[in-house]
Design a protein. Structure first.
Length: 124
């Protein structure tokens, strides 16, 4: 995967219910048990890379800007970050640790600090 700023690749985030089986074996985007509700469209939303891919010591990292589904009514247990197109391969699985629910309010996914010990995607 190419996370550089000159890449034409698009990354997306899709939300999933607690019935979804998302784990290390998840290799691509799927509609199975994807969240639904007011303000949510299947396939999720485009992500914006918030930092140029960077290295610090032996760790490479990248992160994304927060994403919001405004005025939504959604219940989601987790999310999948994936590359749009080309077989929609998985990039990362997120587990929210429990159902997150909105009712006519913003559903927001905020990513950790973009550094070598916290960024959402780190390779060491």
């Amino acid at each position: 995967m190419d996370f550089s700023s000159n890449s034409a690749q698009t990354y997306k985030i899709a939300l999933y219910t607690n019935a979804a089986t998302l784990n290390a074996a998840t290799t691509a985007y799927t509609t199975s048990n994807e969240a639904s509700g007011t303000g949510y469209v299947a396939g999720g939303k485009d992500l914006v890379i918030s930092t140029t891919p960077t290295t610090y010591g032996t760790t490479a990292y990248v992160s994304f800007a927060a994403i919001v589904w405004p005025t939504s009514s959604i219940t989601a247990r987790g999310a999948l970050i994936y590359q749009a197109g080309g077989g929609t391969p998985s990039v990362a699985v997120l587990d929210f640790g429990g159902d997150k629910v909105t009712s006519e309010s913003d559903f927001k996914v905020t990513f950790p600090a973009a550094d070598a010990t916290n960024a959402i995607i780190r390779i060491a």
